[in-house]
Design a protein around this ligand. Structure first.
Ligand code: EPZ
Length: 420
């Protein structure tokens, strides 16, 4: 079986400019929202990554037109189907983001148990409890869930956890419901703000996005619109992690520092420098990192998607660091791989203790999920000697040709096709 593998020779400093494009986790719900109107909806600045391609396939499979023109994707038409194809639902978790929009538009949706990264059980109870509060009937089958609703009505919904996907699905489910919906305990991520900006341009009546209480007043119908997603703060943070490990200076063009406070702060210290002017963030590092104590959490806290890339930095820090993962219960698959490089990491519950005082050397590594894979690339770029990283298909889900990004900065990384 053939698969792409990265071959990385570590130790090069990274210098140059990177264009940060639209956030994967904004583009996906924005594309899902497009089925709320038959009129054309365009999402601009979409990255060329497999999760976006898969979401486009899901839309086509549902019977709507989805055309990519460069970095713009335009969706139009009304779904003919309300069942997310099993092979697509199991290939990517993002198909979950179709639930709310399909339920609102078609009064029914059937989803096979989704796949996606192996990061915990990733239940959907908050989504379905919310749909029930809006008047939907939710039936659980062996390996699918079916939601039906003649007409959704407004409700007060208390989210037991600020789930990003549930907040987005419940906003999309309620935009055309009868009456007013209040989501209390909503997630505050910038990607949700991007989704709401598009929905408002389509004619939705929403307030409070980016705060824990989002209010949606139902409207009769929505129109076509075009919108630009927030820049990808995780891609920008991953590039910063590589520069922190390797040393160098990078200009992140198009990054939005106003949504990156928690991403940036653990990087700041005596050995780094960050400045922003004219929409360009400049980050410099001498590669001598200080130990840090970091804990992930819902926005505006340090994002769980940066946990693995930043742990790679901690493997090079001069002393003991900690990384506490509070969002997902099983997101340390990259630790065993980092240990192959000589990383000294001890796990105790949801906390990793990372002793960066030993060296890191190249090794044969395997990515098991998207952000864990990105963390392995960051670690390999800074290690002594050659590494290979297999499971590149996971990394391609959320990073556009990551090897070209780091090669353009001077990193020695190449994509080869290996026969396994
Ligand atoms: C979104 O996933 C992102 N994906 C994830 O990014 C990100 O890690 C996550 O939010 C947290 O920020 C997209 O936006 C496409 P959650 P989502 O619902 O919505 C529990 C990446 O690498 N939970 O906020 O699935 C859940 O188990 C991906 O780009 C319930 O218990 O995440 C988890 O522990 C990975 N019941 C926590 O909440 C539910 O009904 C956060 O999950 C829903 C979630």
């Amino acid at each position: 079986m053939k698969e792409d593998v990265f071959v990385i020779d570590g130790g090069e400093s990274l210098n140059g400019r990177v264009q940060v494009c639209g956030a994967k986790n904004a583009v996906l719900p924005m594309l899902a929202a497009s089925v709320l109107t038959p009129e054309p909806v365009t999402v601009r600045g979409c990255p060329q990554i497999t999760d976006v391609a898969d979401m486009t396939e899901v839309l086509r499979a549902l019977g709507v037109r989805a055309e990519r023109n460069g970095r713009d994707i335009t969706v139009s038409g009304t779904p003919a189907l309300t069942e997310i194809p099993a092979h697509l639902a199991c290939a990517m978790r993002s198909s979950v983001f179709m639930l709310g929009a399909l339920l609102a538009e078609c009064g029914e949706v059937r989803l096979f148990t989704p796949g996606g990264c192996r990061i915990g059980a990733r239940p959907l109870d908050i989504h379905f409890d919310g749909f029930s509060r809006l008047g939907a009937r939710v039936e659980y089958g062996e390996d699918f869930v079916r939601c039906t609703a003649q007409k959704l009505h407004g409700a007060e919904i208390l989210l037991k956890y600020p789930s990003v996907g549930a907040t987005e699905n419940l906003i999309m489910a309620s935009v055309k419901a009868e009456g007013t919906t209040r989501l209390v305990g909503a997630a505050r991520e910038p990607e949700i703000v991007s989704l709401v900006r598009l929905l408002r341009k389509m004619g939705a009546d929403i307030s409070g996005e980016g705060t824990p209480v989002v209010t949606v007043r139902g409207v009769d119908c929505l129109d076509g619109a075009a919108a630009v997603p927030v820049p990808d703060r995780i891609v920008a943070g991953t590039v910063m992690a590589a520069v922190a490990v390797c040393g160098g200076r990078v200009e992140l063009s198009g990054a939005d520092s106003s949504v990156m406070g928690a991403v940036i702060s653990p990087f700041l210290g005596a050995h780094t420098f960050l400045v922003e002017h004219g929409g360009v963030m400049v980050f410099e590092s001498d590669g001598m990192l200080a130990p840090t104590d970091v804990s992930t959490g819902p926005y505006p806290l340090f994002p769980t998607d940066m946990q693995a890339p930043f742990m790679a930095c901690q493997c090079y820090a001069s002393g003991m660091s900690t990384m506490r993962e509070t969002v997902f219960e099983d997101r340390f698959s990259h630790v065993a791989e980092l240990r192959k490089m000589g990383a000294r990491i001890a796990l105790a519950g949801n906390t990793a203790f990372v002793d960066g005082s030993g060296g890191m050397r190249g090794a044969e590594l395997r990515a098991a999920d998207l952000r864990g894979g990105a963390g392995l690339v960051v670690a390999a770029l800074g290690a002594e000697g050659r590494s290979t990283v297999s499971g590149v298909r996971y990394i391609d889900r959320g990073y556009e040709r990551i090897e070209e990004v780091f090669s353009s900065l001077g990193g020695k990384i190449a994509r080869v096709t290996a026969v396994r």
